[in-house]
Design a protein around this ligand. Structure first.
Ligand code: ARG
Length: 272
């Protein structure tokens, strides 16, 4: 008798599961659905949301019409195009970009950002699309042409950047290091005002800034500071990263990236 009851329960459970399965397959709402990938989300939304720190010409800045402009902006336009979606840009403080990406506020970061080991722990990076070195910019008349000339003086860096890291490692105790949230125009203004003796930026950025500012010069190039720029995407967004990499590869191999770089430098120089 007891065996019979047990058998009944087992058969009952099996039949119940079978019915449940059949019902569930008719109503997809009951199904266990795979979580939507970021790429699927972007396509459904119809908009790619990009974070940048628009203070770094010729990579990203706000032009005289109040529009985002620069090399990085042109690159993400191509990515949005490849995805078949619109583009929305959010201007975020450089040192808050990674957190915004991790928090899902933006889909990717393009900000001439260097894939450092520390950042790699938090997000993923595309293939590199640019390489550069650091330079110090000072007033033309300032007697600065080597690191030693900066000792005892104050230098400006952007908060959260590899330039800030470099200054902390190499100048701490020798210079006063002042960190700012925006390079252009803020750090350029404090330099002109004499609040700092020099600012540390990338060579390409320095060149376009001094080209429009006769008071400034590149004081010297900093040895051993070669670094790359890449696009940051969230971890586990392989399908998005794949397309980002494909666009970068294509822009490089067709020579279009070089054209964009030249065109955006010229555009910046003609501004204002
Ligand atoms: N390459 C440097 C870094 O990754 C500086 C980038 C600054 N970019 C900007 N949009 N302000 O830390």
């Amino acid at each position: 008798m007891e065996k019979g009851v047990l058998k009944g329960i087992v058969i009952g459970v099996i039949i119940g599961l079978l019915i449940g399965y059949v019902v569930a397959s008719f109503f997809p709402v009951f199904k266990f659905q795979k979580e939507e990938s970021l790429l699927e989300k972007i396509k459904k939304r119809g908009v790619l949301i990009v974070g940048t720190s628009a203070d770094w010409p010729p990579f990203e800045y706000i032009d005289k019409n109040g529009q985002y402009a620069g090399i990085d902006i042109e690159i993400v336009k191509k990515i949005a195009e490849a995805l078949g979606v619109k583009l929305q840009i959010k201007d975020i403080k450089f040192d808050a970009l990674i957190a915004a990406l991790k928090g899902g506020e933006i889909d990717l970061v393009i900000a001439d950002m260097t894939p450092t080991a520390e950042r790699e722990k938090e997000v993923d990076f595309s293939k590199p699309y640019f390489s550069d070195v650091f330079v110090f910019v000072s007033l033309k008349e300032a007697p600065i042409s080597s690191i030693e000339d900066l000792y005892g003086k104050s230098v400006g860096v952007q908060q959260g950047t590899t330039q800030e890291d470099w200054a902390m490692e190499n100048l701490k105790g020798k210079c006063e290091i002042k960190s700012y949230t925006k390079v252009y125009p803020d750090m350029v203004l404090v330099l002109e005002r004499g609040d700092v003796s020099a600012i540390l930026v990338s060579k390409t950025v320095a060149e376009v800034i001094i080209a429009k500012n006769p008071k400034l010069k590149i004081a010297f190039i900093v040895k051993g500071t070669e670094e790359y720029a890449a696009i940051a995407v969230p971890e586990n967004a392989e399908d998005l990263k794949y397309i980002v990499n494909k666009v970068i590869e294509q822009l490089k191999s067709t020579g279009e990236l070089d054209k964009i770089i030249q065109q955006e430098i010229d555009k910046w120089l003609k501004e204002q």
